[in-house]
Design a protein around this ligand. Structure first.
Ligand code: KIV
Length: 287
């Protein structure tokens, strides 16, 4: 059964936690789907972990559609959520609705996510009116890295914390189906999760959220860019990959790979005939 936004709502009602991981390609999406992950987020973090940029700023709509399509193919049950990238919705409500539509139609997403609270309520409202579910990402908003001066924990002082609560209440009122809370104090995230009726999904926001999300390269120790206190390593896959790559190089160099079991055979008779026709001294063509 395919997960939908109803699945998320039911989880909140039944106090069952929601699991979300980022995914950017078909193979990984299928592995996550088969492992029972509820939602796959095609995050614009792909700019950093897949394309090697320093931030998410340069990610385009074309990047998002390309990766979203691949993830959707691998997600039999998991809900596919795709990010609206920087400047695809900031310019106008029209652009927000238009680009959200592209992520659904061309990227095969089921839900779109945008970064913004009170200032983006009109965008959320109009995307929702176009029958496209929206997740609002508040707290640390990585697309605002230039304005924030870096990736920093948000909501530590009273005014900032209050503003995040107001963001949460505003996006719920505007029609958001869930809230993604990034890098905020755990107690603040818990308060917001209790205040709103829609599910909260946290990253660096503590156990009080209704669900959790991680960037998969972080939880598998595959990425050594910006490291975060909240990103637990669940399996040392990065090191295992390097070990595999090193062994491949060694076996090719030492002619241990390919072994006979990896080779295709040909009849000796055919080979003898070819060898007679094409000896090292007879390399002419068309004879
Ligand atoms: O782009 C992304 O991967 C995200 C996560 C940090 C939640 O938004």
């Amino acid at each position: 059964m395919k997960n939908t936004i109803i699945t998320l709502q039911k989880r909140k009602q039944n106090r069952q936690k929601i699991t979300m991981l980022t995914a950017y390609d078909y193979t990984t999406a299928k592995l996550m789907d088969e492992s029972g992950v509820d939602c796959l987020l095609v995050g614009d973090s792909l700019g950093m972990v897949m394309l090697g940029y320093d931030s998410t700023i340069s990610v385009t709509m074309e990047d998002m559609i390309h990766h979203s399509k691949a993830v959707a193919k691998g997600a039999k049950s998991a809900l596919v959520v795709t990010d609206l990238p920087f400047m695809s919705y900031h310019t106008s409500v029209y652009d927000a609705v238009y680009n959200a539509g592209r992520l659904i139609k061309e990227g095969q997403a089921q839900v779109v996510k945008l970064e913004g609270g009170q200032a983006f309520c009109e965008h959320i409202k109009m995307i929702t009116q176009a029958s496209i579910p929206v997740i609002a990402h508040i707290g640390l908003m990585p697309q605002s890295v230039l304005a924030l001066g870096g990736f920093k924990v948000q909501g530590k002082d009273y005014q900032n914390a209050k503003n995040i609560v107001l963001d949460a209440l505003a996006v719920e009122h505007a029609g958001a189906v869930a809230i993604l809370l990034e890098c905020v104090p755990a107690a603040l995230a818990k308060l917001i999760s209790e205040l709103v009726n829609i599910p909260t999904i946290g990253i660096g926001a503590g156990v009080g959220c209704d669900g959790q999300v991680l960037v998969y390269q972080d939880m598998l120790s595959m990425y050594d860019g910006v490291s975060s206190k909240f990103a637990k390593s669940f399996a040392p896959i990065g090191e295992q990959m390097k070990q595999g790559f090193r062994q491949y190089c060694q076996e090719v160099t030492e002619q241990q790979f390919p072994a006979p079991i990896h080779e295709f055979a040909i009849d000796d008779e055919i080979m003898n005939k070819l060898k007679k026709e094409f000896s090292a001294n007879n390399r002419s063509i068309g004879k």
